[in-house]
Design a protein around this ligand. Structure first.
Ligand SMILES: NC(=O)c1ccc[n+]([C@@H]2O[C@H](COP(=O)([O-])OP(=O)(O)OC[C@H]3O[C@@H](n4cnc5c(N)ncnc54)[C@H](OP(=O)(O)O)[C@@H]3O)[C@@H](O)[C@H]2O)c1
Length: 304
């Protein structure tokens, strides 16, 4: 089976390129340098050239505050770009897996008392969430068999993420103030990549939600990170109101995992994933060249 990963240079894309869960499949990766999602013709040419059985769309404009200040660009990349991919996939006879977000939910009053199920009404409260929600709807129209995988609080080696920011700040000896009034499920990029590979291998279609199990606040996540990395700094709780940002964030965006559990997939608890991430980060520290080398394992390749 031939798989094309769009967004192969991103946090999730890198893990998708590296995971062994594909087994003997040919996995080809592309980034914006190969085809900008907004360029329908370039996307069409790329997908037609590779002619994959599956396209994994992990490319997006993920700067949530940036999207808020340029909602038109957010919509152009995250929605119109995704629809360009869907049309190209349809023409090539490829299946499509689209990575979406917990930010399609509002997380607001009345405060949810249980994790969001896949069929809960979506009501995004920021431009990024609106662009991904619009993409979900448009993709289902173009490709009714599309596989949509919502995830949340993604982190890993080789990209910007909250855990990386916390560990860098803590390593410099700074005491940290972290918001405790937003609750979600952290997701280690390697665990999500393995789940996505399983969904593809089982020919899944429909909407799924995938993250590590358990839930926490950003404050609790920071505490766990600092403890796992054995850093001697103090982490104090604060509120979102004390740290206003351009884009509103849902106070609660815990995704129910029942859709993947129904397929026998049980993600490990977020604390175990944090420990694995810290161990991977410690092992990789000071060897950035090796991390780049690992982008192209034996059975995989880059387009460009
Ligand atoms: N990060 C999170 O916390 C989070 C949470 C929930 C859901 N998600 C979703 O998970 C997926 C992966 O996110 P991520 O954090 O891995 O993203 P990321 O690290 O920000 O990487 C984004 C990827 O998208 C590509 N890209 C950006 N703009 C593009 C464009 N106009 N045309 C073509 N490619 C473009 C980038 O390519 P270049 O390197 O060439 O720029 C890069 O490969 C996304 O769909 C995101 O919405 C992320």
């Amino acid at each position: 089976m031939r798989i094309l990963v769009l967004g192969a240079t991103g946090l999730l894309g890198r893990a998708l390129m590296e995971t062994s869960a594909w087994r003997c499949d040919a996995v080809l990766g592309a980034s914006s340098r190969d085809a900008d999602l907004r360029d329908a013709s370039a996307v069409h040419t790329l997908v037609a050239r590779v002619a994959p059985q599956w396209v994994i769309l992990a490319a997006a404009w993920t700067d949530v505050d940036g999207c808020e200040s340029d909602a038109a660009r957010a919509m152009a990349v995250n929605c119109e770009g995704a629809l360009n991919v869907a049309r190209a996939a349809k023409e090539a006879g490829s299946k499509l897996l689209f990575v979406s977000t917990d930010y399609v939910f509002d997380g607001g009053a009345p405060a949810p008392t249980a994790p969001y199920e896949v069929d809960h009404a979506i009501a995004p409260i920021n431009a990024y969430g609106r662009s991904k929600a619009a993409a979900e709807a448009g993709l289902r129209e173009i490709l009714p068999q599309v596989c949509i995988v919502r995830t949340s609080w993604l982190y890993g080696i080789g990209g910007k993420s909250f855990p990386e920011t916390i560990l860098r700040a803590a390593a410099s000896g700074k005491n940290l103030s972290v918001v405790e009034d937003q609750r979600g499920r952290p997701t280690y990029n390697r665990d999500l990549a393995d789940i996505i590979a399983k969904l593809v291998r089982s020919n899944a279609s429909g909407t799924f939600q995938a993250a590590n199990s358990g839930a926490c606040s950003w404050f609790e996540l920071a505490q766990e990170l600092v403890s796992a990395a054995q850093l001697a700094v103090t982490v104090s709780p604060t509120t979102s109101a004390a740290y206003p940002r351009p884009a509103a964030r849902p106070a609660y965006s815990v995704l129910s995992l029942s859709s993947i559990r129904a397929l026998g997939i049980e993600p490990r608890p977020w604390q175990q994933a944090v420990a694995a991430f810290v161990a991977e980060r410690n092992a990789a520290r000071g060897t950035p060249d090796q991390a780049v080398e690992k982008l192209a394992p034996a059975s995989s390749g880059r387009i460009a």
